[in-house]
Design a protein around this ligand. Structure first.
Ligand code: 2RA
Length: 345
């Protein structure tokens, strides 16, 4: 069985990673459509050795398409995902547009794969920080329900797209040459600097990025009362997010047991060499599928607290890989039916 797949947002950092992953993971693609904004139309991208044209997304873009992988921002997903579903496609959406819609499953395959079966045409890919944290803490939550999470994130420029990655490099060069860096993507220079995530602030004093971790984690875990707080910081790193996570349980969680669980957890690679003071770093997480987890230790301020540190590739497991793994899950569970071939007229 193979599927006609469309990538909406094919020219973005996540879109190009989706193309690479469909190829490297040998997803059964019978035909690939590359959809983007009109300004990208006409360019080509290579898939399985073939130069494919990038088309401007339009009313007929989804005819006979079985699966759409969307990563072009919330407004594009809102405009086109319902039309793709109406045309018979299943949409895996990387934007935040539908994540909290009760009819839309929010899925991390290592955590809540069964939720995918409840889709009614759209499945939402969680925010990158939520995916990376969920993969790392779910194995612990299964042993002892987590009562409270305190997260601090160190988010790479890639979360704001390919232009942001280029900008931080240009800024660094300018500073090293004694010039004043300029900023377009971010309101402030990121090179040799850091600042609270500049997503919209709410009246609770939290930004939208922080509230995504709160609400999305509760939905994925099916734990509406899970207490979570987050502080999200943009840091001058290219493409991997890191997170300092503090977990509180009802009873003490044995550190050795936590380490053992995470050493075998799906999607996790334990990175800990205490003698060498060697732990997860974004430069080592970049380009990898796994979430690197380490520095697992007893919280010395609370007998039922546990601390851990993680780094994960924001573009890969934080977005494109998780979406492709959801697609693989749909295929494995027969939840993706290829469109009936159009009857010859
Ligand atoms: C960010 N998670 O890092 C958001 C969007 N990818 O900015």
């Amino acid at each position: 069985q193979s599927y006609k797949v469309a990538i909406l947002g094919a020219t973005g950092a996540v879109g190009t990673e989706l193309i690479e992953l469909l190829q490297s993971r040998q997803f059964p693609v019978s035909e690939l459509k590359l959809l983007a904004s009109p300004r990208s139309a006409g360019r080509t991208l290579t898939f399985q050795g073939e130069e494919l044209p990038i088309e401007a997304v339009g009313e007929n873009s989804f005819a006979n398409v079985d699966l759409v992988l969307a990563s072009a921002g919330g407004s594009i997903s809102k405009a086109w995902a319902p039309k793709a579903v109406a045309a018979g496609a299943v949409v895996i959406d990387n934007s935040s547009a539908f994540r909290m819609d009760p009819q839309v499953p929010l899925v991390v395959p290592e955590v809540n794969p069964d939720a995918a079966a409840r889709h009614q045409g759209i499945i939402a890919n969680p925010n990158c920080t939520t995916i990376l944290m969920s993969v790392a803490i779910w194995p612990l939550h299964q042993i002892q329900p987590i009562k409270r999470i305190v997260a601090a994130t160190y988010q790479s420029a890639s979360g704001a797209g390919a232009r942001a990655m280029e900008e931080v490099k240009t800024q660094a060069k300018a500073i090293l040459q004694g010039e004043t860096p300029t900023s377009e993507v971010f309101p402030y220079p990121l090179a040799f600097n850091l600042f609270p995530h500049n997503s919209k602030l709410t009246d609770q004093g939290y930004c939208e990025e922080e509230l995504k971790m709160v609400h999305e984690t509760r939905k994925i875990f099916g734990a509406p009362d899970l207490r979570i707080t987050a502080t999200c910081i943009r840091v001058p790193v290219l493409r991997a997010h890191s997170e300092a996570i503090n977990l509180e349980f009802d009873a003490p969680f044995d550190v050795a047991q936590a380490r053992e669980l995470l050493s075998q957890a799906p999607g996790v690679k334990l990175v800990e060499d205490w003698q060498a003071n060697y732990f997860p770093m974004p430069i080592e997480a970049s380009g990898r599928d796994e979430v690197l987890v380490g520095r697992i230790r007893q919280d010395l301020s609370h007998p039922c607290g546990l601390e851990l540190w993680l780094s994960g590739d924001q573009i890969r497991k934080g977005a494109a890989l998780n979406a492709v793994q959801i697609a693989e899950l749909l295929v494995a569970r027969n939840l993706l039916q290829p469109a009936a071939p159009a009857l010859a007229t």
